[in-house]
Ligand binder design. Structure first.
Ligand code: NCD
Length: 315
């Protein structure tokens, strides 16, 4: 893959997506071993810079870098000088002075990673910028779908809930449509706007309108931190119309996959029975996240050739 940064899937080709997913599938076996490490990125420095909260994404990138033997260091806005008023550019200039190789950034402002990628020589990975994109999440979602469905082309993926404010949805829409999948979205009018159709998706408002022919149902958390006041009714009402419970799930195909990027608000977008049920692949998504992030770091930083035995049987 010939690019310095991974900022979003909007301009990533189908060939590149396949290369990332295939590389991730090969890296999976590293995490199954007793010694979970390969020397590929020895001596390289990877910084995680999280200006917004995260559990999975930060741990997963950190673990991915460590499993490739990179040196990792990280900070979060709540414990850094951002709290003392330092600007993003000043923080970045100081990081630059420490000679990193890659920076993984999450920021509330759409475009923050793009700004750093233009201004600095190091690799930038977008771990979520405002409502814009979250490419590594969509890639791990696509790897999980591919594991179960094989080809993505011709499959139907329903994305339900707060689609408009979701960077996870936006990256999935770019990636899935590029791979030839059909994407149908559903949610309340303020969270699932008709003008999203220009992204190449079909917009519906009732969950029942998308469940019937979906191969995958991806449920989203309400992005409360990004909602203007008055944009949402009560959680109870939302859950009644847009939450997935066993009753609604019965109207889907028996083999449908239920996905969620986390964090789940149990009882709001997913009932506990569905979140923990046999159609849920939510924890597989988390496992695949480490492999996808190893693949991204490896491909972007031009690591040494994969050591013998890094491939797993499924590759
Ligand atoms: C998502 C995010 O931060 O965009 N979480 C994640 O990275 N897995 C989704 C969310 O916060 O709802």
């Amino acid at each position: 893959m010939r690019r310095k940064d991974m900022l979003g899937l909007r301009d990533v080709s189908a060939e590149e997506i396949v290369e990332i997913l295939d590389t991730a599938a090969r890296f999976r076996s590293v995490s199954e071993r007793r010694i979970k490490k390969v020397p590929t990125l020895r001596g390289r420095t990877v910084v995680t810079a999280f200006f917004e909260d995260s559990t999975r994404t930060r741990l997963s990138f950190d673990l991915a870098a460590k499993r490739l033997s990179a040196d990792t260091l990280g900070f979060s806005a709540s414990s850094s000088s951002t709290k003392k008023g330092e600007t993003l550019m000043d923080t970045a200039r100081n990081l630059d002075a420490m000679k990193p190789d890659a920076i993984i950034i999450r920021h509330a402002h759409a475009g923050a990673p793009h700004m750093l990628a233009q201004a600095f020589p190091w690799t930038v990975l977008n771990a979520g910028d405002g409502i814009n994109e979250h490419p590594s999440q969509a890639l791990l979602d696509m790897l999980t779908m591919r594991d179960h469905l094989g080809e993505l082309a011709g499959r139907t993926v329903a994305i339900v809930g707060d689609v408009y404010h979701s960077r996870v949805a936006r990256s999935n829409i770019y990636g899935l449509t590029r791979m030839g999948a059909r994407v149908v979205v559903a949610g309340p009018g303020t969270m699932c706007r008709q003008d999203m159709a220009h992204l190449g998706v079909e917009v519906r408002h009732r969950v029942d309108d998308v469940l019937g022919d979906a191969d995958v149902v991806m449920m989203l958390r309400i992005q409360r931190e990004r909602l203007a006041p008055g944009m949402m009714a009560s959680a109870r009402e939302y859950s009644r119309f847009y939450g997935l419970d066993l009753d609604k799930l019965r109207r889907a195909r028996p083999e449908v996959l239920v996905m969620h990027p986390g964090p789940i608000n149990r009882g709001v977008e997913l009932s506990p029975e569905v979140a923990d049920g046999d159609r849920s692949v939510i924890l597989e998504q988390v496992t695949n996240g480490v492999a996808v992030r190893m693949a991204l770091l490896y491909l972007l930083l031009g690591g040494e050739p994969l050591p013998a035995g890094a491939d797993d049987a499924a590759a």
